[in-house]
Design a protein. Structure first.
Length: 332
């Protein structure tokens, strides 16, 4: 018989800490699997100014218990703990000596193929200055490009490059019923690794390129206008975009006719990072860069594609007139 009853794991939040506990079959008592310490403060620099950042919560594993658990159970507990912490606006801090949590965070770092990369949990604002948070919320195939774009003034809202993108490549997508949220499938990534950019952070050169690409049926670029709508509202209209829009009282004018004529509406609820969703029916424009993935697509291949794309975007963002620098080899 196993030392611990893996069906008995529960959460204890007394005394201001988070603790995942499990029943021991030998003594009948509950023992800690994971627990948190009170928040810790880090000094961060932003625009040349030092700030005290007190959002970090230290997560610790009990090695004597964790070593007795199955890999699936341990991964599930760590995943749930990370979601619990980050969904409350906090960031995860992990000791370098904590083998079990670090193994979980780093397990995707050595994958050769996109099909082998697990979907990591993440909910909340991304701190790109922290390596642990980078690995938790930006998958390796797109991480370098996201960091490069962000550091050069191009805001990345979300990204995806994992086994789900491969497994879903043959699943149909109804663009008249697109909806995304924390508990929903990210259907915009069926068969594609992708990076979503904030449209408003691009200059006219890049905007014109992306509009032209969509007009020419370029499969590597999509324009998605995001509208924040509660799931119950969308569900009440069977996720039908035309019916949802009829019921919303939104006065919104983009002033960008080309964008409006070529966009796809994307409804969701509190599902995009790095954007203020506090306003009712928050609405904003995005552009998604996409790369087709299948069972043979490598991490290196995706990384090189998006880095090449990112470098051209940054260069174009510095141009005063339209150039044709966004040419790249799209053949796999």
């Amino acid at each position: 018989m196993s030392k611990y009853d893996e069906s008995s794991i529960t959460i204890n939040t007394s005394n201001g800490i988070l603790e995942f506990i499990i029943k021991c079959n030998e003594d009948g008592y509950y023992h800690s699997v994971l627990y948190t310490l009170p928040y810790c403060t880090r000094t961060i620099e932003k625009d040349g100014v030092l700030y005290a950042d007190d959002r970090f919560i230290t997560l610790i594993s009990d090695s004597s218990v964790c070593k007795e658990l199955s890999e699936d159970t341990l991964n599930r507990v760590i995943r749930d703990a990370i979601i619990f912490i980050t969904s409350r606006g906090k960031l995860v801090n992990v000791s370098n000596s904590d083998k079990f949590i670090n193994d979980f965070i780093n397990k995707n770092e050595t994958c050769e193929y996109v099909k082998d990369i697990d979907i990591f949990p993440y909910d909340g604002q991304i701190n790109l200055d922290d390596e642990v948070m980078q690995r938790l919320c930006i998958e390796k195939p797109v991480r370098n490009a996201c960091k490069y774009l962000t550091s050069n003034g191009v805001n990345t809202l979300m990204s995806s490059a994992n086994r789900y993108n491969v497994e879903s490549k043959d699943e149909p997508v109804d663009e008249n019923k697109l909806y995304i949220g924390h508990d929903d499938k990210w259907v915009i990534g069926n068969g594609y690794a992708w990076i979503m950019l904030d449209w408003n952070g691009l200059n006219s050169t890049n905007k014109q390129y992306f509009v032209d690409a969509v007009k020419n049926d370029d499969d590597y670029v999509k324009l998605y206008e995001y509208i924040d709508v509660p799931r119950e509202v969308a569900l009440g209209h069977d996720y039908d975009h035309s019916k949802i829009l009829e019921g919303l009282t939104i006065n919104y004018q983009t002033g960008e006719k080309d964008y409006d004529e070529n966009k796809v509406i994307l409804f969701g609820n509190n599902s995009l990072n790095n954007y203020d969703l506090n306003v009712e029916h928050c609405r904003f424009k995005t552009v998604v860069l996409r790369y087709p993935v299948d069972e043979k697509t490598t991490v290196k291949e995706v990384d090189e594609f998006f880095m090449n794309f990112g470098e051209k975007i940054v260069k174009n963002n510095q141009e005063k007139k339209l150039t044709k620098v966004l040419n790249y080899n799209l053949e796999k």
